[in-house]
Design a protein around this ligand. Structure first.
Ligand code: GUN
Length: 281
C-alpha cells in the first residue's frame, strides 16, 4: 500500500511555489499578496488561519490577516472586501468559513472579485470550472486532485466515487475528475447503497464528516482512497475512512492528519500566485 504523504507532497509544492515567487519578484518587482479575513474566535479557524499565514510567509507571499470580533456588522466586512478588491497589492482574498449566523455567507462570497477569489467559491468561478474554462479551483479538491494524479497520472475511464456533495469539496472534486475523463458518481446521505457504490470505485474521495465510515469491505482492491474527513472522537482525530483496515486493501490511501490538510494550504498559495499571474495579463 502506498501511504500518500500529503505533508511531503505539500512541502515539495511549496518549494516550487517559493521559486516561482522569486522569479516573479525579479521580473515584476512585486510579489503576490494574500489577505485572509477571520471573524470570531473559533479555535479551528484560528489554527487554520495561523497555518495559512505561516505557509504564505514561507513561500514569500505578502500575507495579511484582518481579524474581526464575532459581533462585527456584515456591512463592515463587505466594505472591507470592496476596499481589498480595489487594492492592487492584494492578489487573493479569503474569508475564513464558517461565518457567524448574522452574516450572509453567499453575499460575502459574491462580493469578492472573481479574479481575487482564491477559494474558487464565487459563482463565476464555480460556473467556469463546470464549463471547463479557466477558474480558481477550491483548495481542498485541488489538493486531492494533485495527490491522485501523483499516484495515477492517467485517470481516463476510471470510476470515481465522491462521498459528500458539498460546494467545498464533493461537487468541485467531481468536476476536476470529470475533466480527466473519469466516470464520476456523487453520493450523499440519501444514496441507497453507499457500500455498493464504493465497491465499484477505482477512486474514492470521502468528505462527509462521519468518523471511519468507509470500511475495508467497501473498497475494491487497488483503489485510491482520499480521506478529507477531520473528526474529533474519543480516540483523537480520525478521518472518514477506517485507516487501519482500509490500508490492507487499497492501493493508496491518505492519512489523517498529514494527508489532505497540508495540500489544501499549499493549494491556497498556488491559487494566490495564479490570481497574481492572471492580473498581469
Ligand atoms: N473553512 C474550512 N475550509 C475552508 C476553506 O477551504 N476556505 C474557507 N474560506 N474557509 C474554510
Amino acid at each position: 500500500m502506498i501511504l500518500i504523504d500529503g505533508k511531503k507532497i505539500a512541502a515539495e509544492l511549496r518549494e516550487e511555489l517559493r521559486h516561482e515567487v522569486v522569479e516573479l519578484k525579479a521580473k515584476h518587482n512585486k510579489v503576490p499578496g494574500l489577505t485572509v479575513i477571520l471573524i470570531g474566535d473559533m479555535a479551528p479557524s484560528q489554527i487554520y488561519v495561523r497555518n495559512k499565514e505561516k505557509s504564505a510567509n514561507e513561500v514569500g507571499l505578502k500575507s495579511e490577516v484582518i481579524r474581526y470580533p464575532e459581533a462585527v456588522e456584515e456591512k463592515t466586512v463587505l466594505d472591507k472586501i470592496e476596499e481589498l478588491n480595489k487594492d492592487e497589492r492584494v492578489s487573493g482574498i479569503l474569508v475564513q468559513l464558517p461565518l457567524p449566523k448574522h452574516i450572509d455567507k453567499q453575499k460575502v462570497i459574491e462580493t469578492i472579485l472573481p479574479s481575487k477569489d482564491v477559494d474558487g467559491f464565487h459563482p463565476m468561478n464555480v460556473g467556469n470550472l463546470s464549463s471547463g474554462y479557466e477558474s480558481s479551483v477550491p483548495c481542498t479538491p485541488l489538493g486531492c486532485y494533485l495527490m491522485i494524479k501523483k499516484i495515477e497520472p492517467n485517470l481516463s475511464g476510471k470510476k470515481a466515487v465522491m462521498i459528500g456533495r458539498s460546494n467545498l469539496n464533493g461537487k468541485p472534486m467531481a468536476q476536476l475528475l470529470l475533466k480527466e475523463n473519469c466516470t464520476v458518481t456523487i453520493t450523499h446521505s440519501k444514496t441507497k447503497d453507499l457500500k455498493a457504490e464504493c465497491l465499484e470505485a477505482d477512486i474514492i474521495v470521502a468528505a462527509v464528516g462521519i468518523p471511519e465510515l468507509v470500511k475495508a469491505d467497501w473498497v475494491k482492491k487497488d483503489a485510491i482512497v482520499i480521506d478529507v474527513g477531520i473528526n474529533k472522537t474519543e480516540n483523537g482525530i480520525v478521518g472518514d475512512v477506517a485507516f487501519e483496515e482500509v490500508s490492507k486493501v487499497a492501493k493508496a490511501l491518505t492519512p489523517v492528519p498529514g494527508g489532505v490538510g497540508p495540500m489544501t494550504i499549499a493549494c491556497l498559495l498556488k491559487n494566490t500566485i495564479e490570481c497574481f499571474k492572471r492580473s498581469l495579463k
